[in-house]
Design a protein around this ligand. Structure first.
Ligand SMILES: Nc1ncnc2c1ncn2[C@@H]1O[C@H](COP(=O)(O)OP(=O)(O)OP(=O)(O)O)[C@@H](O)[C@H]1O
Ligand SMILES: [Mg+2]
Length: 288
């Protein structure tokens, strides 16, 4: 293959993305990045570049991030043990301080820096900034106390959209403000769904550390490629760990009018571009 032919293959690839670019430009896409997808610097860099490319072709990208792995690591190195009920982190005051320190002081700033060096003008914020996200204390599914964990009650969509209008790429950490003048830890998946609903997003994409939803996590060929919200609801009780809140929030988002919700594998290079600009159909797609 000559140099020219090689360059033409690249040109063709760009043109093949044209119908997708046309259909998504001007639309809001909320991308939730899990802690696992951020812990490997090389993959985090590729993901940042994908996000910047998306915004350059006119997609109104809003990033929401978690940091479960990083918070658990910080807690264990300070001698505290992470505890979860129904996929939600039990958060006492000391843990909340760690959550804030890790999410805003480390994960958010690092991600914003990566996006900026890849060419974006990203703005990092938590739900506390501008009171963009409010929450109310909640208990676990089984009624047990979760401490400073909240249920999202409101997201200021117009504020996020005004950042987009000004050309900024918002990067939101999963901390909310509450009416009791405290901050609350909220599950980042739930945040992403609430942000998608508040901004009438066309797409909500969860970048995680598995290939998608497995009907049975121990059976490798049970990966679901497409599922309706009602069917997923019947499956939720069999999902463990972080996949449960993710599935529940995907259902909520679809019911709130987000046309498509995807769960994709952050360990796969360019999974985000593959999902948006090709028919490759990576991961799991949740439909209404
Ligand atoms: N049936 C299932 N299919 C897929 N994943 C499952 C299933 N049951 C449990 N899981 C677990 O859910 C995990 C994904 O959720 P997790 O909360 O750990 O990641 P995340 O949401 O991407 O990151 P973060 O919580 O930091 O934002 C998988 O790594 C897997 O261990
Ligand atoms: Mg999670």
């Amino acid at each position: 293959v000559s140099v020219l032919e090689e360059a033409q293959i690249k040109a063709r690839t760009l043109v093949e993305a044209l119908p997708y670019i046309r259909s998504y430009r001007g639309e809001v896409a909320v991308v939730k990045i899990g802690g696992a997808a951020l812990s490997e610097p090389r993959l985090a860099q590729i993901l940042a570049e994908d996000l910047v490319l998306l915004s350059y072709v006119g997609v109104r990208v809003i990033v929401v991030h978690g940091g479960g792995a990083q918070i658990s690591k910080a807690m264990s190195s300070s001698g505290a043990e992470a505890r979860f009920v129904g996929g939600m982190r039990v958060t006492d005051d000391a843990a909340m301080e760690q959550v804030q320190r890790v999410l805003m002081g480390s994960v958010n700033t690092e991600l914003v820096g990566r996006l900026n060096s890849a060419g974006a003008t990203a703005v990092g914020l938590s739900g506390v900034d501008g009171a963009v996200m409010t929450a109310q204390r909640m208990t676990a599914d089984d009624g047990s106390d979760l401490g400073r964990v909240g249920r999202v009650t409101d997201v200021n969509g117009p504020f996020l959209e005004s950042l987009l209008d000004l050309g900024y790429l918002p990067v939101l950490a999963s901390i909310a403000t509450s009416s009791e003048h405290t901050t609350l830890n909220v599950n980042a998946d739930v945040v992403a769904a609430a942000v998608a609903a508040a901004t009438k997003a066309r797409k909500l994409i969860y970048v995680t550390d598995v290939a998608g939803i497995y009907r049975d996590f121990h059976v490798k060929d049970s990966l679901v490629s497409e599922i309706k919200a009602d069917e997923l609801e019947a499956l939720v009780s069999s999902l463990d760990g972080g996949m449960r809140p993710k599935a529940l929030s995907a259902i909520e988002a679809v019911r709130a009018g987000v046309s498509k919700v995807h769960m994709i594998d952050g360990r796969v290079e360019h999974a985000l571009l593959l999902e948006i600009f090709t028919d490759a159909g990576v991961g799991t797609e949740v439909l209404s």
